[in-house]
Design a protein around this ligand. Structure first.
Ligand SMILES: [Zn+2]
Length: 219
């Protein structure tokens, strides 16, 4: 007669008279592949005896396939899909409702932060703008270098390099615009503002970079 054994879940099926391994399923209910053996000599007596059901007939296979596409199944699938859509919609709404400040170095959050002005720390940015404007208006010359220091410092106060650069960029743009306005160089208004943008971005980026290096060293 012989046996069908599954070494995965350590169980065996004793073939009945007239039962051929070909009539039975190839796989054990655990998913393991069944193997035919003449006797159980090689098998540990503690193995479990199980019943392997006969192979599915074509009719049964067809019925199973039809069940997959049945109306009930379709309904559940649609329901799942709808729930997922609703969930996504809700999470997008949540994004808009929140104002994100420093969110660490998660690049996804950083990109999302780019889309709003909520992460501009005006309490820091405005004093920097005022300081740079004053420097540009009243003390041109070597002290202009101080503006770079201020912008780097501004970038340094942020945990997130991108947000820091963005804050410094805005501070640079506004302060250079105001500086050129007050110092009367109207012709240079646009190039000066652009210079402020570039200065702010670069200095803010450097500031964030310096902070990253320091925080990494601390770890
Ligand atoms: Zn098994």
């Amino acid at each position: 007669m012989g046996y069908l054994i599954c070494s995965k879940c350590k169980s065996y099926h004793e073939l009945q008279s007239g039962e051929s391994p070909r009539d039975l399923r190839d796989h054990c209910p655990c998913g393991g592949k069944l193997r035919y053996v003449e006797n159980l000599d090689i098998v540990d007596p503690r193995w479990m005896q199980i019943i392997i059901p006969p192979k599915r007939t074509k009719g049964e296979v067809l019925r199973e396939k039809i069940e997959v596409f049945s109306l009930e199944n379709l309904k559940t699938r649609l329901n799942d899909f709808w729930n997922k859509c609703r969930y996504r919609l809700q999470s997008t709404q949540n994004w808009d409702n929140h104002t994100y400040y420093d969110t660490g170095m998660n690049p996804l959050n950083a990109i999302k932060n780019e889309l709003n002005l909520g992460n501009i720390r005006w309490t820091l940015v405005i004093p920097v703008i005022m300081a740079i404007t004053l420097i540009l208006t009243f003390v041109p010359g070597i002290l202009t270098l101080l503006t770079f220091v201020l912008l780097v410092a501004l970038g340094y106060t942020f945990n997130n390099q991108i947000i820091g650069a963005k804050n410094a960029l805005i501070a640079g743009a506004i302060s250079f615009l105001l500086g050129s306005l007050f110092s009367g160089s109207f012709l240079l208004l646009i190039p000066y503002t652009l210079l402020g943008v570039i200065n702010g971005a670069v200095c803010g980026w450097i500031g964030g970079y310096l902070r990253n290096i320091r925080s990494q060293r601390r770890i």
